[in-house]
Design a protein around this ligand. Sequence first.
Ligand code: DGL
Length: 271
Amino acid sequence: MSSAQADRVPEILVFDSGVGGLSIAACIHQQLPAARLTHLADNAGFPYGGQPEEVVVDRTVGLVQAQLRQRPFDVVVVACNTASTVALPALRSAVSVPVVGVVPAIKPAAALSENRRIGLLATPATVRRPYLEQLVRDFAPDCELERVGHPELVTWIEDWARGRPLPEPALSVALQPFRDAGVDTLVLGCTHYPLIQDELRRLLPDVRHWVDSGDAIARRTGSLLEEAGFAPRDLVRDQSSGHRCLFSAPATADIDPFLARLGYRREVIQA
Ligand code: DGL
């Protein structure tokens, strides 16, 4: 281990198309309170679910590279299922710091489900990616998977984070396939969704197990920081302050109360 790291605060870049990556960042903060978090929301490219794959790859690689030129990040977390399922290989070959990605948590869901009926709530893009088929073949071959790729839910959650109410009747209708299929386990396959988990639980009271990737991503981030030379005790020692939420296009001040509740201040990146 390099002793030089003991004097530094670990710096983590968390990337998403919007504010959904803050659900992953919250798990990282809980497990690694000493780390300083920079969350970058590509609101100029949001939503990624509606973008061609090559646009998502180019934006992810370009924006992360630009941040790495500005600050010595120790780990990059692509806290977006939609981007991770296509952009990880290109990003990993373009940058020299470790990159953690997030993919739908099919494996832990299969371990938890008792009735072998699992639901996946994700963006339309994530639901149709070959990566998902592979996850199901590898980890849940004996499960029925009910997929809902919702085109608007990420936008509703972005609006909710800015103080507008969720359209509850429409949300309830969107979740009906899970009730019809009798799923006992639900995978939240988009990082925005854990932000409204209380609401989702209320609308789907029969789901027993709720699965997202936040804690697993935080554990993986911690091991990469240890491999980079940070001592485990230094990762939990102090509460870091000064978390920043960067936006790729100007974001209005109505997001500030939400960011403040999570301990972030808003900044717009320079192009
Ligand atoms: N939080 C992103 C995800 O996990 C949202 C994707 C989008 O912008 O469509 O997939």
